[in-house]
Structures are given as C-alpha cells and as structure tokens.
Design a protein around this ligand. Sequence first.
Ligand code: ADP
Ligand code: ADP
Ligand code: MG
Length: 672
Amino acid sequence: MFEKILIANRGEIACRVMATARRMGIRTVAVYSDADADSRHLAMADEAVHIGPPAARESYLVADRVIDAAVKTGAQAIHPGYGFLAENAEFAEACAKAGVTFIGPPPDAIRAMGLKDAAKKIMENADVPVVPGYHGDAQDTDLLIAEAEKIGYPVLIKAVAGGGGKGMRRVDSADAFEAELAGAQREAKAAFGDDRVLLEKYLVKPRHIEIQVFADGHGNAVHLFERDCSVQRRHQKVLEEAPGPDVSAEMRTAMGDAAVAAAKAIDYQGAGTVEFIVDVSNGLDGAPFYFMEMNTRLQVEHPVTELITGQDLVDWQLQVAAGGALPCGQDDLTITGHAIEARVYAEDAARGFLPSTGKLQRLRAPAEGPHVRIDTGVREGDTVTPFYDPMIAKLVVWDHDRASALRRMSSALAQYQVVGPTTNIAFLRRVAEHPAFMNGDVETGFIDRYGDDLVPESVPASDDILAVACLSVLLDQTAERQVQAAQSNDPYSPWHRSDGWRLNDQGHQVVHLKDDEQAIDITVHYAADAYVVDLPDGSVTMRGEREADGTLTIDLGGRRSSAAVVQNGNELTVITHGHSHRLVLFDPLEAFGDDEAAGGAIASPLPGKIIQVLVAEDDEVAKGDPLIILEAMKMEHTVSAPGDGKVTQISVAAGDQVEEGNEIIVLELAGD
Ligand code: ADP
Ligand code: ADP
Ligand code: MG
C-alpha cells in the first residue's frame, strides 16, 4: 500500500479522500490555488503545495504542476477526485511517466469512454443497448439538422466531450435547432475545448439509473448495485438514492450485468459508473434501459452506495491502484436499508438555480451519526467563490427503508443553517417532502413538472420570526450598553442603563424592521424581567438569551424554542423552526434621503463574462425576451427582460468581465 498520496482536487471530494487515507494510515498531500489558501482541504492534509492562481485552468487543471508537486513531496500516487483531471487520459499517462501511480482506470479505458460518441459505438459492439440517435463524425449544421429531423423532435444535443450537464440542449422543433446548436457548441468549447456534438432522441419520461462498477487488475469485476439520480435541474443531479425506488431484483441484475459487460469491454480497472437512461413512459416494470455514458472515476454521489453496502469505495480504489484484488466478490455484496443524498448548493432555486457566492457567515450542519453523513469542503467563515462548483455539502442519510430515510432527510435539512450565499436547502426540503417524491414517482422531469410546489414562495415574516429579530436587536443593545457602562466613570448614569430607560419615557422602544419592502414597527415594553412585544397578531411576553455559540433561546408566552440570527450590516437573517427569513433593520429618519433604484436597470445576477448581447439600444422588448448571455461557473445564463419595454442603455459588450450587481443593461419599462 502507498505511504503517501497526493489529492489533485479541492473541496468536499479532496476532504473525502483524505478521510479514508488517514484512516488507512496513509499520509496526504493537498494542492491548492490562491483562492483556496485557507480552505478545509488544505487544513486536513499533512502537507500542501501551492499550484497557482484561482482559475482552474491555471491551477487544478495544470497537469505538470500537480505531478511536480507529487514528485517533490514524494507522494507515490495521485487521487484525482472527480472533475478537473479525473477523466484526462493524458494526465494518467503523464503520471505513469513520472513514476507516480494514477488512482483510476488505465488511460486507454478513460479514452474509450471519454467521448460519448466513441463510447456508444463500443457499447453497441458489446451488445449493450444505447439511446437511438446520431453519433457520427460529420458535424456540419445541415447534416445535423437532417439527422435531427430523422430522429424526430424532441431531440437532445450533447457535447461529445460533455460532462456535468454542460453543452447539453433539448430542442423541441426544427426552427429552434440552429440557435440551440450554437449555444451547445459554445458551451462545449468553453468547458471542454471541443465543440463536437451528438444527437439523441429525447426521452420525455426517463429515469436516470446508474450502476457502480469496480474492477481490479486480476480479472475481477463486480457491480455495487444501482443509484437513482432522476431528480435533476439543468441535467445535473440534485438528489440521489440507492437502491432505486421500485427497481426489481431482475432489473437490477440485468442492468448490473450490462454494466459489468461494459467495464469488461474496455479492460476497466478501479471505480466507474455506467449511466443508463430508463424509458418509464409505460411504467418501470419491463422498461427498456439504454447506455448513456460511463464515468471513469469516483462519482459525486458514491456515498449512497457506501451507506447501503457498508463498503468504503475510496479504500477499494486505493487497494486496486496499489495492485491488490477487489476486497470481495459479487456474492458477498448485499443491500441494507436505503440511502439518500442531497447536494446542498449555493444557488437560488427561485432564479433558475443561478449560482450564488459569498461568505458563509453561519454554517451549522445537522449532527453526524449512523443516520446522517456530511461530506463538505467548507467551514463557517469560508467563502463560496465564483471560481469553482458552488456545492456547499453533500447531506447523506441512511435508514432501514425509504420512507424512514426521507424523514431523516427532511429533519436534517431543517437543522441546516446557512447564512451568506443563497442556498437550495428550502428547495431540497420541499422535494424530500413532496408527495410524488415520497411515493417514488421520480423521473428526470420531476423538478420542471412540480416546479411551482418546490420553489419556496416568499411569505411574510411570522410573529415568531419578528419576535426573534427583536430579541436579537435588544440583546445586542443590552450588551453594547453594558460595555459602555463598564467603561464609564459613572456606572449609575441613566445613559448607561440597559433597560431602555429614556427621558420622559415609559421604558419602551420601537424596533423598525422591513420585510420585503413592507415596513413593520414593533413596540417593545420593558417589564421587570421580560419584554412585552406588540406583534402584528397581538402582544406577547418574551424572554431570552444568547448562548456562547450565537444560538438564541427564546421563550414566547411560555413557548420555548431556539433560533439563530445573523446580522450583516442592516440585514438580519433569522433562522427558526427550520426556516430562514431575511429582514432589514432600518432607521426611518435615515431612510428619507434614499435613492429610488432606477426603474429598469438590470444588474448582473452573478460574477461572470458576457458572452453575447442579444439586443441593441432602442430595441423594443417583451417580458421574458432574452437580452444578454452571461457565462459563470462554466455555464451559460440568460438574462431576460423583467417586463415589456425599450432598451435605453447597454453598459457591457461581449467579452466583458462583470461583477455581481454591476449594471449591464437599462430598460425603460412600459408603464414606468
Ligand atoms: P455526471 O457526470 O453524470 O453528471 P456527477 O454528477 O458525478 O456525474 O458529476 C459531473 C461532473 O460535474 C463531474 O465530473 C465534475 O466535473 C462536475 N462536478 C459536479 N459536482 C462538482 C463539484 N462539487 N465540484 C467540482 N466539480 C463538480
Ligand atoms: P453528462 O455527461 O453531462 O452527465 P449525460 O449523458 O450523462 O451527460 O446526461 C445527463 C442527464 O441528461 C441525464 O441524467 C438525463 O437526465 C438527461 N438525458 C441524457 N440523455 C437524455 C435523453 N436521450 N433523453 C432525455 N434525457 C436525457
Ligand atoms: Mg452523466
């Protein structure tokens, strides 16, 4: 076994790999970019090597620097994690050349599966069914249009070199084809440096079911059952589970055998995932399944497989890479219980899942234990930057059956507290608690179909939320006055009293809050050992204190609960009863001179690069019309018109770099 390995990755997966290495007594080396100089993965490693600036293509993607770091530190092997260099055959070859073991499949196996078109040809030859479509070499637009016509709409354009849902576009009719093709090619070129595409029949009601496979260098290959990853947004997974809801033993065996055949067809070694798409338009029973692609690496969602099989897949990877045999055979593997993973992302479900960035001012995860596992690469105080994937954590739960696991999931999500970037936590909870999901009624269109039920609507702050906000403000004031009193020469001065005493006043004060533009004034009276707060639904006696870790304990008319409030400038984020709510503290006197926001000025929703400006000054636009295409985190985002109107100013041009909040375009909205 290796004595020291280097992990050529960052974030949660780097931490995940190091956890197993440490357990096995293997020393670890981290690599890091400038943006990660103070990150969790670095703190976990025994040694760390700086490899460049924040942009991945100048750091985590530079094979030479990573290999140099391994050589320099005497690491005998490199674990690539997922993403970055994980599926790069040249990198695997360069490792071998430098005398460092690549913890992954042989370069030829990576190459065979690296391009989706070539992979489909290999699978056809191995009698594994593939999705009907076009995967030829010729790429001219007219030919692709003709092929799409032949397949019949809707079709799916996929980047041949694709991954992570990038460069993928669904096209419903011939007239939209060319524009979507151009978009897919652009995205593919930017993300993979290869703009070739293939076409597939778009299945309207599919499930994504994938099989975890493992093979060693001694001719052994097994599968570790399936994962269902059907709940996706932008063709990217959000929730994954194992075993797949309602998957029969026969289907599991048929898919498992096909996946093992796929692995054998390319002399595979190590961990891999064979992804299938299952056409469930006529139900799951006897549904046809088709090979989609093989991911020649450890998958993001591998923990659900670990929890139902009791195996550590990173341990297996290390053993296989060190020349060992698989730790067990097919017959030794069994499924126990049910596991579900939710990807906690810094993103805004209400705004088309736009990634969000910023400092994690508060980050409290549910307690880990036999039922709850958290894989994360960030800590409270860390920042989600625009440079990498905005995943905050993977929350994985396990229980004896699916219904119990789902209950664990929703209660764990309710305990998650994240303040800073917008997150998908409330969204995930709605999915986990949705009757259709609870019923196992999953398919890849789930989020689109139930979108309105899933995106949390903005509701006015409840009395409890307002009370918690007031308590936090009052406790802060008291603490501040006590500090002043302690510093003052006259501790008895009325100016330093902490009970709200005022000249000519009856011991009360008004807390001014704003809830989504709605001003709410709350009068608080000081009683002997409590406050009486006049809330919209009536007055209530309130007591409470702040614990050392910032948690508030609050007693409202005899009901006790705990809450958290994070203040950032004037903004208060209140977390109580598993929900979080933003309020603004304001001073009505200061509010007077406030500038009105310019009616139709549209700000960039996130930091990124302008790819294309689709309108010109003086153009008339209708609500929803695409105005500007922006690229951020390697994905394209379209900024659309918020209402009917006319373009009066365009502040950016293609190629410009913008920050979140920069004005990019101004509309004069009709009716303004
Ligand atoms: P699939 O390729 O089937 O979508 P995954 O969901 O495991 O499988 O990951 C897809 C790809 O997206 C990964 O190879 C990686 O490039 C990228 N990716 C997904 N999540 C992350 C993440 N948290 N950090 C970095 N890259 C990620
Ligand atoms: P990536 O490499 O980006 O993971 P995949 O080929 O694995 O790309 O597809 C990602 C997702 O897109 C699938 O999980 C599925 O939801 C959807 N998808 C892929 N192919 C089809 C298809 N032919 N019809 C409908 N949906 C598809
Ligand atoms: Mg995939």
